[in-house]
Design a protein around this ligand. Structure first.
Ligand code: NDP
Ligand code: OXD
Length: 309
């Protein structure tokens, strides 16, 4: 059994070691050292060059190194009929929850305002409500959004989630579908975006969405850059409709040095690090699915390519 690893982001040496620890018999090959393409059974990839997967004639499973699969569905030559598996592992989930909690707390406790006061050397106390009085809304309450929602609920925040289908998460008010988006936004003072990038969600963070939030709301985008209409956000920040934003993902990464987000006083920028897949726990998730595949058992975390996530 051979697995091809390809990523410019993830450390191939750490992944190869972690995979071999879980399954010493697995023949791990690191791109571009593919060897004989017909020997590759499995591919574990992040942003593979278009056509790479199609060049592997005996490929049986495609593993995404991340939770998102838009980096695969954007390949016009993605081979049809081969299951695509999303990355679901505790390191990735825990990392995202940390980032979301950190960012929500930062906006809740007005740290963007205090950073401005510090720059101006002004000693001033700003009013802030209790967590129970702060309404947080999470767009996308799947694996990552649901875990973050539970952590925020644990801190006492008033949390709601919006998804495609209804959810039942302890202490979290559920909204779903386009018809309930407006009501979800109207009650959301800190908006966390964790939907996947699909034809339906592209550009969902736009002027219309911002106008439906309470004035001065904060926006945290940890989904994908293309979910956000960047000019609409800049305008909403200028108008005061949006009070502040934390952005981890961008339409063009790395973010251009000239981009206005870098120096905007009310925007926090991070370089797509909200969460990263952890090789040890990620390898266990991959090997478990290979084991299931070999045993003819149902696979875990299979993406629905029709839905796009
Ligand atoms: P899941 O597939 O588990 O969850 C996706 C959620 O989005 C689901 O609740 C789904 O609804 C909802 N959703 C999808 N389409 C729509 C729609 N049209 N309208 C309303 N809700 C919708 O994904 P994960 O939680 O594992 O990951 C989410 C995304 O986070 C990834 O796709 C990726 O883009 C991003 N990500 C970013 C990282 C970073 O470092 N910045 C790291 C990891 C992931 P339903 O439950 O009803 O299907
Ligand atoms: C992911 C990501 O999709 O890191 O996992 O963006």
């Amino acid at each position: 059994m051979a697995l091809l690893f390809k990523s410019e982001l993830d450390r191939a040496d750490l992944w190869a070691d972690a995979l071999r620890r879980c399954d010493p018999a697995l023949d791990v090959r690191v791109w571009p050292k593919v060897g004989e393409p017909a020997e590759i059974d499995y591919a574990l990839v992040w942003k593979p060059p278009p056509g790479l997967l199609a060049s592997l004639p005996q490929l049986r499973l495609i593993f995404s190194l991340g939770a998102g699969i838009d980096h695969l569905t954007s390949d016009p030559e993605l081979p049809p009929g081969i299951p695509v598996l999303r990355m679901v592992e505790p390191g990735l989930t825990g990392g995202m929850t940390e980032y979301v909690v950190m960012s929500v707390l930062m906006h809740h406790r007005r740290m963007v305002d205090y950073a401005g006061l510090q720059r101006d050397k002004v000693w001033e106390v700003l009013p802030a409500p209790l967590a129970a009085e702060r309404r947080v809304g999470i767009m996308g309450v799947g694996v990552l959004g649901a875990d973050a929602a539970a952590a925020l609920t644990g801190l006492g925040f008033d949390v709601a989630g919006w998804s495609r289908t209804p959810k039942s998460i302890d202490g979290v008010e559920s909204f779903h579908g386009p018809d309930q988006l407006e009501a979800f936004l109207a009650r959301t003072e800190i908006l966390v975006c964790l939907v996947p990038l699909t034809d339906e969600t592209r550009g969902i963070l736009n002027a219309r969405t911002f106008a439906q939030l309470p004035r001065g709301a904060a926006v945290i985008n940890v989904g994908r850059g293309e979910l956000l209409a960047e000019d609409d956000l800049l305008q909403a920040l200028e108008d005061g409709q949006i009070g502040a934003a934390t952005l981890d993902v961008f339409a063009a990464e790395p973010l251009d040095p000239e981009h206005p987000f870098w120096s905007h006083p009310r925007v926090v920028v991070t370089p797509h690090i909200a969460s990263l897949t952890v090789p040890d726990s990620g390898a266990r998730a991959v090997i478990e699915n290979i084991r299931r595949h070999e045993a003819g058992q149902p696979l875990l975390n299979v993406a629905d390519l029709g839905r796009g996530y």
